[in-house]
Design a protein around this ligand. Sequence first.
Ligand SMILES: N[C@@H]1[C@@H](O)[C@H](O)[C@@H](COP(=O)(O)O)O[C@@H]1O
Length: 262
Amino acid sequence: MAEVIIVGSRRAAGALVAEAIERLVAAKADSVLGLATGDTPLPVYRALAERVRAGLDLSSLRGFALDEYVGLPVAHPQSYHSVIANEVVTPLKLDPAAVHVPDGRALGIETAGERYEDAILAAGGVDLQLLGIGTDGHIGFNEPGSSFASLTRVKTLTRQTRADNARFFDSIDDVPVHSITQGLGTILRAKRLVLLAFGAQKAHAVAAAVEGPLTASLPASAIQLHPRATVVVDEEAASMLVEQEYYRDAFAQKPTWGPVIV
Ligand SMILES: N[C@@H]1[C@@H](O)[C@H](O)[C@@H](COP(=O)(O)O)O[C@@H]1O
C-alpha cells in the first residue's frame, strides 16, 4: 500500500515534496526527476523555485516529462514542451538540454515512444517520479484500460480528459485527441513515486487508486504495485479514503530515523 500523507494546503504539500527533492539532490546532484504537468505539481515547482532563489543549486538535476500532446506545435503555449520550459526549466534554472519531453510531432511518432524509453534507460532511470491524477484515474495520459506493463506510446484521450483539459485551450475542440505518454510500466520502473492530488473532484480517483482493487480500469491503482509510493493529498482529495485515521496516525508517529517522505 502506498503511504498517504494528508496535508492542510497545497502549499504544505509543495513544501513537503520540495524537501524530498532537495534531499535527493543533496545525495546525488544529477538525480533524475520525473515531471508531471497540469495544475497539481505547481506547488512543488513553486516551492523549489523559492529554494533556488534562496541559493539551492539544481543545475545538475535532469528531468523526463510524463507526456505530451500529439500534433501540437512545440511552441504552442499549451504544449508540454512549453509548459515544462516555463514552469520548471526556467524557474528552477535547469539545463534545458537535460530535460526531456516526449516528441509529439506527427513525423516519426511511430518510433517516438521507443526513443523516449531508450533515453530514460540511458539516463539510468527516474529517481523520483511526480504524478498528478486525472478525474478518471489516469496518470500521465494512461487512460482507463491501459496495461500495467505499458511503455511510452500514443494514447487516445478520453472525452472526460479532453473536457477536463479544455480550460487550458480556447475550447474542447482545440484539445488534441492524441497524446504520447510514458506507460504504467515505465512509471512503475521509477525508484520512487509521489502522487499529488488536491480538491474534491479528485477524491473518488484517489480513493480508488489507493484503496480500490488493482485494475487497468483505474490506471492509478498501479501505484499499489510500487514499493516506494507516497500519496500527498489535501483534506478534500482525501475525503473518500476509508483509512484516513490510519494514515494520519502513521504520519504522526513516523519514526524519526527515516526521511519525512520517500
Ligand atoms: N496529462 C496530465 C496528467 O499528467 C495530470 O496529472 C492530470 C491532472 O491534471 P491537473 O493536475 O491539472 O488536475 O491530467 C493531465 O491531463
